[in-house]
Design a protein around this ligand. Structure first.
Ligand code: PAD
Ligand code: ZN
Length: 368
């Protein structure tokens, strides 16, 4: 039996249970003992009803650990390997995977909806009843079973706390800047929302060659961190409408590329407006299901020659991008240790949710 944090219903605090049973891996699956799990805003969105979880469910999708057992037919990893978990386990065979758009993998989508693995069923039980696992992961558990395609081997010397963050916030944020967007050297980029994901958009934009990076947040600590991660200008949105300030910094033109990394209707509207004619809007934050992109078709889009792109999992090819991010970390180009505001035990996961709501932390990381 293992310990895990379980969501039993919308709006409820997570229950720490120590009676969770983990089945052996089926064919094509692996057993992972987590070393660490980041706490991402998407976990909070599952709990507060922004997204619809299949309760009861073990949350957590930003994890890294060591392979303890492999199911039949698994060849990409072996017992003892250190791995980053991809919450989009890319099957490699569907329409999207074969077009190098694995972040849209059809099978992974189905597991996100079902709360199970690629066949739709979870490998956890508690009190004899099935317990779902978020995004085919469930990293708020000491041990889990995941699809082998969601396990990406990394070097043993990468700290688990850092490796965990690569699995969501870093892949998504850096990927949004380096894969989804088309940032050209010398571009001016605006990033609205400088949490765990937004800070990674900032450092991705820096690596992609943006010469000016305007960071927008409501929290001064985050704006300070944004500067450390590469922002050249910061705007505190609590001091008034950030759109006018971005215009003021860009000769009233707007940013070449602007990212929304919060998931709010208001800030989605802001990034669309603060993007220049011919520029690119990238929506990363996960909004409520009824949020709308509202834009006058002619005056706002056609005449403007603007592009609006959605970004899912940083448009990443996990099998190529995770090793690349590890290399960038090792060469000092990617700041990952600096993202960790707090290292906590699993029992403090509810406090980590509170700390995220108040904006105090970039990332709380559970160390097992
Ligand atoms: P976070 O809570 O760490 O960061 C959000 C930041 O936004 C905080 O720094 C807040 O201070 C700031 N903020 C809040 N309201 C405003 C406002 N009105 N104006 C300016 N700043 C504000 O979250 P995160 O970085 O973990 O996640 C950000 C979003 O990205 C969230 O919606 C999450 O669900 C989503 C996400 N999307 C994907 C994907 O594949 N698209 C992957 C992972 C996370
Ligand atoms: Zn996440």
């Amino acid at each position: 039996m293992v310990k895990a944090a379980v969501l039993t219903g919308t709006g409820l605090p997570l229950e720490i249970r120590d009676d969770v049973e983990v089945e052996a891996p089926h064919a094509g699956e692996v057993k992972i003992r987590f070393g660490a799990s980041g706490v991402c805003h998407s976990d909070v969105s599952m709990q507060n009803g922004t997204m619809f979880p299949n309760c009861p469910i073990v949350l957590g999708h930003e994890g890294a650990g060591v392979i303890e057992e492999v199911g039949e037919g698994v060849t990409n990893v072996t017992v003892g390997d250190h791995v980053v978990v991809s919450w989009v386990p890319q099957c490699g065979e569907c329409f999207f995977c074969t077009r190098n758009e694995g972040y849209l993998c059809k099978k992974a989508d189905a597991s996100l909806a079902s709360g199970g693995l690629l066949d739709g069923t979870p490998r956890f039980t508690s009190g004899g009843a099935p317990l779902h696992q978020m995004a085919a992961t469930g990293s708020f558990s000491e041990v889990s079973i995941i699809p082998a395609s969601g396990a990406v081997k990394i070097d043993d010397d990468v700290p688990m706390t850092v490796a965990a963050l690569i699995g969501c916030g870093v892949l998504t944020g850096v990927g949004a800047a380096m894969n989804t967007a088309d940032i050209k050297p010398g571009d001016t980029v605006a990033v609205v929302g400088c949490g765990g994901v937004g800070l990674n958009v900032i450092q991705g934009a820096r690596i992609a060659g943006a010469s000016r990076i305007i960071a927008v947040d409501m929290n001064e600590t985050k704006l300070q961190m944004a500067k450390d991660f590469g922002a050249t200008d910061v705007i505190n949105a609590s001091d008034g409408d950030p759109v006018g300030k971005v215009m003021g910094l860009t000769e009233e033109r707007g940013a070449d590329v602007a990212f929304e990394v919060i998931g709010l209707q208001q800030t989605i509207d802001q990034v669309i407006t603060m993007t220049r004619r011919g520029g690119e809007v990238v929506l990363v934050g996960v909004p409520k299901m009824d949020a709308m992109v509202q834009i006058p078709a002619f005056l706002g889009l056609v005449l403007q020659g603007k592009t609006i792109k959605g970004c899912w999992y940083g448009s990443s090819n996990t099998h190529e991008d995770i090793p690349k991010l590890v290399r960038l970390y090792k060469s000092g180009e990617l700041k990952l240790d600096e993202l960790i505001s707090r290292t906590i035990p699993l029992d403090e996961v509810n406090e980590a949710f509170d700390a995220m709501a108040t904006g105090e932390v970039a990332r709380s990381v559970i160390a097992y």
